[in-house]
Ligand binder design. Structure first.
Ligand code: 6MZ
Length: 350
């Protein structure tokens, strides 16, 4: 995979011995969206195989969209990010295609690839939003993904079911119902998430689903305060669900920050994602600095390796590389951060 300039510059700034250290470091990936993490060649192959009636031009529009992904998306704002998924979703809407992309994502994270001795991650909590398509129900969607996840050991891979902020009540109920039912059958669902366009929807509506998930013993993580437009009410509502972990947590006000620190809610940090979505301008002003200063648990994550052209090694390289390419932390400090991510995993009791 060709990397974005941020992780690439950091990787290039590492000494060979620092590189060896990072590769061998056991890394837990806790924030990776399935449809945002598909390796580009796999998506390109799916686009080539996609049947299109000869009198439509959607085939060429797929290719144009995928070409954009290949070249690397340049986003003016985070708003533009969410439209990328129209094409990807069209290509992953059968059980067969979904199984294929899930296998590819799992392999990219968990198998040593290209003669490497170590995998990108020693543990992956993959997340995905159950989708109903012409070919499958939401239950079948989750079962298809789980079937692939469970080919790995429980201490290697697990699934988080995402709710989209735009979901109608009945769909959110159905998704949580699916997660709880499958968990009760011993399937490897360890948590639930709220994701999607950061300012869409009314988070008050998710209270019922979040308490049901908690009562069923599922971990809770929520995308929170990802953009400057997220209101304090939205943020406080999400915190009232008592999440164990938080995605991004970029624009917390003092009140919210105090809750996060007091309740020790681990923060999933996605550096390249924030830079490319232009919610944070550089490492110096990134909120990771605050959490490091507070010695607060964080997990370094990739978010969406496909559009952001990154990988877990690149994200960790930004901790270790000297400034201005990285934070210039010591190997001992980076080791401690990696251990925090492992310590923030959701439990699987199946
Ligand atoms: C919020 C995001 C996201 O679930 O179909 N998603 N939601 N913020 C982000 N940061 C940039 N990145 C991805 O994976 C794709 C879905 O994940 C959410 C979006 O809702 C996207 O449609 P799944 O596997």
């Amino acid at each position: 995979m060709s990397l974005s300039s941020y992780p690439l510059d950091a990787i290039e700034a590492l000494t060979p011995s620092q590189m060896d250290f990072l590769k061998a470091l056991p890394k837990a990936e806790l924030h990776a969206h399935l449809n945002g993490s598909i390796p580009l060649p796999v998506l390109q192959q799916l686009a080539r195989e996609y049947y299109v009636a000869p009198d439509t031009d959607s085939d060429s529009s797929f290719q144009t969209e995928i070409e954009r992904l290949r070249e690397g998306v340049v986003l003016e704002t985070i708003e533009e990010f969410f439209t990328l998924f129209t094409t990807i979703y069209a290509l992953t809407s059968t059980r067969e295609a979904l199984a294929r992309v899930t296998d590819a994502v799992l392999a990219e994270f968990l198998d040593p690839i290209g003669g490497e001795e170590y995998p990108q991650a020693t543990y992956l909590e993959l997340r995905s939003t159950p989708r109903e398509t012409i070919a499958m129900t939401r239950l079948e969607y989750v079962e298809t993904v789980l079937d692939r996840v469970e080919r790995y050991l429980p201490d290697q891979a697990a699934l988080i079911v995402s709710l989209d902020r735009r979901m109608p009540q009945e769909v959110a109920d159905e998704c949580i119902g699916v997660a709880i039912t499958l968990k009760s059958r011993g399937r490897r669902i360890v948590g639930v998430d709220i994701c999607g366009h950061p300012t869409a929807g009314d988070m008050g509506f998710f209270e019922r689903q979040m308490s049901a998930a908690r009562a069923a013993g599922l971990g809770i993580t929520v995308h929170i305060a990802e953009t400057i437009d997220n209101t304090p009410e939205d943020t406080l509502k999400l915190l009232s669900f008592k999440p164990n972990r938080l995605g991004h947590a970029t624009f917390l006000n003092e009140e919210a920050q105090a809750i996060v620190i007091r309740e020790k809610m681990a923060v999933e940090i996605c550096l390249t994602s924030n830079f490319l979505c232009k919610t944070v301008s550089d490492l110096e002003t990134h909120h990771i600095q605050y959490y490091l200063k507070e010695n607060h648990p964080i997990a370094i994550c990739t978010d969406d390796t496909l559009p952001f052209r990154t990988n877990l090694l690149g994200e960790y390289a930004m901790l270790l590389a000297p400034t201005p390419y990285g934070l210039g932390l010591s190997e001992g400090e980076v080791e401690k951060i990696a251990a925090m991510a492992h310590g923030s995993r959701f439990q699987f009791d199946g």
